[in-house]
Design a protein around this ligand. Structure first.
Ligand SMILES: C[S@@+](CC[C@H](N)C(=O)[O-])C[C@H]1O[C@@H](n2cnc3c(N)ncnc32)[C@H](O)[C@@H]1O
Length: 244
């Protein structure tokens, strides 16, 4: 089966419930912490967390776009990702691709409703959505207790390096620079997933050990932790957690 090969990073996001499974935590565990979701994409975690009184910021380079373009991009990317998953790699959507896709549309709708109100052009703009791209973030040193980073790092390495990108834009050097930046802005870093995306060959992502060692070389306690987000391949269910 040919690998999924994206020309650009997909604006494709999870619900807050999926985030809880990914990070093996309950949203309420984050009370009292300052949290960064990087990249946030169209995940609904920031919206739900803010509703629960959690101090969280979501950043993404696509937050530079106006709302209508963000919606069009999100809808197009869900359709394209689901088309590719169905035709090339159905396991990525678990046992029920329809409900998988509908969860992604729910997350996009929630993000867009919240972004309309609280994003940079919203009437209640409060800085919760920030236009920013790794490896250079516009945040002060150690301004967050924890940064959550899902489905960008590792996932969008080149296909030949265990990811889904047609290009080598996000190579190992990019990943190491991104780690240095995340370690500058946050005391704890959580990364998911850290597997190669081909379910026929489940394996730890080739960048995962170098990233872990880089975090350790910066004095962080970095380790693999089990995730409870079930995508049908047990070898996939690990995150990297690094803390000071
Ligand atoms: C698949 S989404 C992940 C969203 C969310 N974290 C999740 O797990 O559902 C990947 C996101 O990475 C963003 N992205 C692309 N280039 C980036 C960069 N250089 N730094 C940070 N985010 C980037 C894209 O705009 C996209 O929204």
């Amino acid at each position: 089966m040919p690998a999924i090969r994206f020309p650009h990073v997909q604006f494709f996001g999870r619900t807050w419930r999926e985030y809880e499974q990914i990070w093996n935590l309950r949203l309420d565990d984050l009370h009292g912490k300052r949290v960064l979701d990087c990249p946030c994409g169209p995940a609904s975690f920031v919206s739900e967390a803010r509703r629960r009184g959690i101090d969280i910021v979501g950043c993404d380079p696509l937050f530079a776009l106006p709302l209508a373009q963000l919606r069009a991009r999100g809808e197009a990317d869900i359709a394209e990702t689901m088309r590719l998953i169905r035709t090339q790699n159905p396991m990525l959507a678990g046992n029920d691709p329809e409900s998988y896709a509908s969860e992604k549309r729910k997350a996009l709708d929630e993000l867009l409703n919240d972004f309309a109100l609280h994003g940079p052009s919203g009437t209640k703009c409060d800085g919760r959505y920030v236009n920013a791209a790794l490896p250079t973030l516009p945040f002060a040193d150690h301004s967050f207790d924890v940064v959550l980073s899902a489905h960008f790092l590792f996932t969008y390495a080149a296909v030949e390096d265990g990811g889904m990108m047609a290009t080598r834009e996000f190579d190992l050097d990019f990943h190491l620079r991104a780690m240095t930046e995340l370690a500058r802005v946050a005391r704890e870093i959580r990364l998911y997933p850290c597997y190669g995306v081909d379910p026929a060959h489940p394996m730890r992502h080739p960048y995962a050990d170098p990233v872990l060692h880089h975090l350790q070389s910066m004095g962080m306690n970095a380790r693999y932790e089990r995730s409870t987000y079930d995508q049908g391949v047990p070898e996939w269910n690990f995150s990297i957690v690094a803390s000071r």
